[in-house]
Structure formats: structure tokens, C-alpha cells
Design a protein around this ligand. Structure first.
Ligand SMILES: [Zn+2]
Ligand SMILES: [Zn+2]
Length: 297
């Protein structure tokens, strides 16, 4: 069903296929009138998206970002809305998150080379394509070179937590991300709460949503994705109950990337569309922030 709001969208500023202005035009053509650009660890696309949205007149663009954070055995994504891209501290934090992933990938390749395994950084990048490089891409490189039979063996033998080529990277916890977003004047929202990346080695990720929400609420979390592309009504209902329990606004979006094939829902195309009250709640928080900034200026 078409939704007037979509608060989770990716562009070429991270791993989306469309430029920010192409994304804005596509969302508009599908009936979206309030949209948030939420690239991974980057606000680079916000200026272009803003300009494109302004051309439509009746389209509101909410500046956003999706921060990747770590939990033992998985990844939690935290959306930040209404952050100011020109904030120097924000940009330093996002740069560190981006560098952390790249630096770790390079470190793992270096260790593998020292062990006599001839995988190259170029090869790993090619496998990752538009995505930010992660350990599964290194594992695939090891498979392609015939050093291991499959991804699991690559993790078990070399790059898993106890493997000889394992490299730690600088980590941010979900609560730190939420607190950072709040401190910088933004609105924090937990992304796709049924998917915490799983474990990179494919094992099940035993995450307790209640425990996570208790901690994040204390850190200042304002909302959670309840309406998310193909979430069926029973999932929406379950998440809506959880949101209510923790006093969180039920937000959501399509997480559109344009890279998942012909069945990927377009911007605004959600199984259960965002309710008007959810859209209004985010716009209201935006107005409060604007008023606060105007007072300060
Ligand atoms: Zn995500
Ligand atoms: Zn996303």
C-alpha cells in the first residue's frame, strides 16, 4: 500500500543505486510527501535531496542518517533524524564509523597476506560492490581463491572472533549512538527491530528486544520502526505493542536501496502504511527543533 511518509531511504551517498535527487523524484512519483534520507553513516546526500525536494513544493525532506552499531554477535542500526549535516562533531563521528569498517577490512587482508593467503583488497572491494566492506566479503574472497570450501569455514579457520586473521574495530554501541544523536539535537529511532544483522557467520542471533529497548529508551530513544516494507500485520501488531510499552513513536519506511531486484518495494510501498499520526509526530519534533534553533540563533 502507498504511504504518504517514508522515513528510511538510501541513495548513492551510501549503498543505494539512485542519486539523492533521483530518489526524491522516485519517492514523489509514488505518492510520498514526507521523506527522510537515511544513508549509512553519511549525510552527504542531504543537500542534494533538499534541493530536489524543494522543486516539488509539497514534499518535505527530513535530513537523516542510519548509524551502524555493534552488539555481541550482531549489528543494530539506529536512525537519526533532524541532525544538522553541517555539524562538525557529527561529521567527525560519521567519518570514524566509515573509517572503522574500511580500516578493519584492510587489517584483515594484511594478516591473511602475512599468513601466505593471497587475497587482495581490490578483490574484496569488488565482491562488496557498493556495500561497505565487511567480513563476509573477505570470506567470499577466500572461497573464490579456493583456500576454504565456504563462508563458514573462512570464519572458523581465519576471520572469526578467535581466528588468526581477526581484527577488532572501533565500536559504537546502540545506546552510544542514541545518546549521540540526542546530544546533537536529533531524534533517534531504532531501525528494523526484527533484523539485527544476524551474526556475520550466519548463526542465529539471540537478541532480547526488551533488554535492548530498556537501555535505548534510557539513552533517549524516541521511536522504533514498526512499519517496514514487507512487515506483515502480525509483526506490525507485535512491534506496535512493544513501542507502546516503551513509550516510543511507531515510525518506519521501506529501506529502499534499489539493489534488491524487481520485487523490492518502491519508496512509500509498505505492507502497512505509516499512520498519519506517526508522520505528524515526526514533523512536530522537527518543528520543535527548528524553533529551538531559531531561538538560539
Ligand atoms: Zn539497516
Ligand atoms: Zn537502511
Amino acid at each position: 500500500m502507498a504511504s504518504r511518509g517514508d522515513f528510511h531511504l538510501h541513495s548513492t551517498a551510501s549503498d543505494g543505486i539512485l542519486s539523492p535527487s533521483e530518489l526524491v523524484d522516485l519517492a514523489y512519483s509514488h505518492g510520498v510527501r514526507v521523506m527522510a534520507l537515511t544513508d549509512h553513516d553519511s549525510t552527504e546526500g542531504v543537500a542534494e535531496a533538499r534541493a530536489a525536494a524543494a522543486r516539488h513544493g509539497d514534499l518535505t525532506l527530513i535530513p537523516g542518517v542510519e548509524m551502524g552499531t555493534d552488539i555481541p554477535g550482531g549489528e543494530v542500526h539506529v536512525l537519526g533524524y533532524y541532525l544538522e549535516p553541517e555539524n562538525v562533531e557529527l561529521q567527525a563521528i560519521l567519518a570514524r564509523l566509515r573509517e572503522g569498517r574500511r580500516g578493519r577490512g584492510l587489517g584483515i587482508v594484511e594478516k591473511l597476506n602475512e599468513m601466505g593467503l593471497a587475497v587482495t583488497w581490490e578483490q574484496v572491494q569488488r565482491i562488496a560492490g557498493d556495500a561497505s566492506v565487511g567480513r563476509p566479503h573477505v570470506a567470499q574472497a577466500l572461497v573464490d581463491k579456493g583456500y576454504v570450501a565456504d563462508i563458514k569455514e573462512a570464519f572458523d579457520k581465519y576471520i572469526g572472533r578467535n581466528g588468526p586473521a581477526y581484527v577488532e574495530r572501533e565500536k559504537m554501541t546502540p545506546a552510544e549512538a542514541v545518546a549521540t544523536i540526542v546530544r546533537l539535537g536529533g531524534v533517534a529511532c531504532l531501525a528494523h527491530p526484527t533484523d539485527f544483522g544476524g551474526r556475520e557467520d550466519g548463526a542465529a542471533n539471540p537478541l532480547d528486544l526488551d533488554a535492548l529497548l530498556t537501555g535505548l529508551k534510557a539513552a533517549g530513544l524516541a521511536g522504533m520502526e514498526v512499519y517496514y516494507k514487507e512487515y506483515p500485520p502480525e509483526t506490525v501488531e507485535r512491534l506496535r505493542a512493544a513501542a507502546r510499552k516503551y513509550g516510543l513513536v511507531a515510525w518506519g519506511g521501506t529501506d529502499y536501496h534499489g539493489i534488491h531486484g524487481p520485487n523490492e518495494p518502491f519508496p512509500g510501498q509498505m505492507h502497512s502504511p505509516l499512520p498519519e499520526e506517526s508522520i505528524e509526530a515526526l514533523l512536530e519534533l522537527g518543528r520543535e527543533r527548528e524553533a529551538g534553533r531559531a531561538r538560539k540563533a
